[in-house]
Design a protein around this ligand. Structure first.
Ligand SMILES: *Cc1c(COP(=O)(O)O)cnc(C)c1O
Length: 389
């Protein structure tokens, strides 16, 4: 049976070149990057080389602004708790949005229990932050704004530059969860007013369990992990050298190929959507029509349950998901689509197709062959459809 992976926003297949780059660090170059002898120095050079490559990918002013972590979740926790603890005396107010990843949302909920006040700014029907809400949420006690670069469920890209400008004008630090944006679109972190940024290796063809917190020079932060003097005294723990090398390699490749790959994926994605909307009635596109990640397509198949579409597609060898990997298993509608005002009849049948560099036009054609009969069969069985159509 064909196997077609269309869930690249959940994770990606590690590239062959990345694995090749990592292998020596699991075999012969096993030194601790903090050791002063040759084994250690070799590992240290590899870590520093990866640091430069990540800095180059995101356009950081200096490699010292790159702190390696265990992934996007840790980077989000580190950024938000770290700034909250550092600036507690200045005021306990944090601003985030209603469509964040749970790594941000649940960190903020945790801080609320510790006594911080969090404002959750809403979004419009396309998933773009409401500026008036954002501006009026800022007070002289606000210490941090955390708003994602691009959403994992429907791909909308937020106006990060403008948000950064607002934060800077008010003297508030700005963190962005850029886990879905890094490696998918070119950007220069030092050209926007971004103080902290999270990224994760496995979302752009690197290894799982390794990520980065970008921390603008001179920004003070309280560590999440205490211990040795690793990562410029900001993140204790022996470095995951092989993982860091893999992340560096993925960054190097992304920097070279990003523009071409984005155009390729956008072409495939738009072809897929055209096919779907042409062949299947009662569908709706979720997310911004243009300001959207090039690989992401979120479609509502009205009157259906997303889970049953996923299972039926899975039996045909096509892997997709409803919104986020973290909410599947719960039957609650996606918090992101709900925040965008998508009605339950639409959000329950929403499917995310997230494409990756291995996908081909043949994959899209196969998907377009198997999907319409699945939707028809499920709708024929759906009491909702009988009532609604
Ligand atoms: C995947 C993801 C994360 C979590 O990253 P991990 O490396 O899997 O911990 C955080 N934010 C967004 C937007 C994501 O898509």
């Amino acid at each position: 049976m064909k196997k077609i992976y269309l869930d690249n926003n959940a994770t990606t297949r590690m590239r062959e070149e990345v694995l090749e780059a990592m292998l020596p660090y699991y075999k012969d170059i096993y030194g601790n990057a903090s050791s002063v002898h040759e084994f250690g120095r070799q590992a240290r050079r590899a870590v520093d080389d990866a640091r430069s490559k990540v800095a180059a990918l995101i356009g950081a002013a200096s490699p010292e602004e790159i702190i390696f972590t265990s992934g996007g979740t840790e980077s989000d926790n580190f950024a938000i708790k770290g700034i909250a603890h550092t600036l507690k005396s200045k005021g306990g107010r944090i601003i985030t949005s209603t469509i964040e990843h749970h790594a941000v949302l649940n960190t903020c909920k945790f801080l609320e229990k510790e006594g911080y006040q969090v404002s959750y700014v809403g979004v419009d029907k396309d998933g773009i932050i409401k500026f008036d809400e954002l501006k009026s949420a800022i007070t002289d006690k606000t210490i941090l704004i955390s708003i994602m670069y691009a959403n994992n469920e429907m791909g909308t890209i937020e106006p990060i530059e403008e948000i950064g400008d607002i934060a800077k004008a008010k003297g508030v630090l700005f963190h962005t969860d850029a886990v879905q944006a890094v490696g998918k679109m070119p950007f220069e972190v030092s050209k926007s007013n971004i103080d902290l940024l999270s990224l994760s290796g496995h979302k752009f063809y690197g290894p799982k369990g390794v990520g980065v917190l970008y921390l603008k020079k001179k920004t003070k932060i309280t560590p999440l992990l205490h211990g040795g003097h690793h990562e410029m005294n900001k993140r204790a723990g022996t470095e995951n050298v092989a993982g860091i090398v893999g992340l560096g390699k993925a960054a190097e490749l992304a920097k070279k190929e990003i523009v071409e790959e984005a155009a390729y994926l956008k072409g495939l994605r738009d072809y897929l959507y055209k096919g779907i909307s042409g062949a299947i009635p009662h569908t709706k596109l979720n997310g911004h029509p243009e300001k959207r990640l090039p690989n992401t397509l979120n479609v509502s198949f009205q009157y259906l349950e997303g889970e049953s579409i996923i299972l039926s597609l899975d039996m045909e060898g096509v892997s997709v998901s409803t919104g986020s990997a973290c909410t599947s298993g719960s039957l609650e509608p996606s918090h992101v689509l709900t925040a965008m005002g998508v009605e339950p009849v639409d959000s329950q049948g929403s499917i995310r197709f997230s494409l990756g560099r291995d996908n081909t036009k043949e994959d899209m054609d196969y998907c377009l062959k198997v999907l319409p009969p699945i939707i028809k069969r499920l709708r024929d069985m759906s009491p909702l459809y009988e009532k609604g159509k």
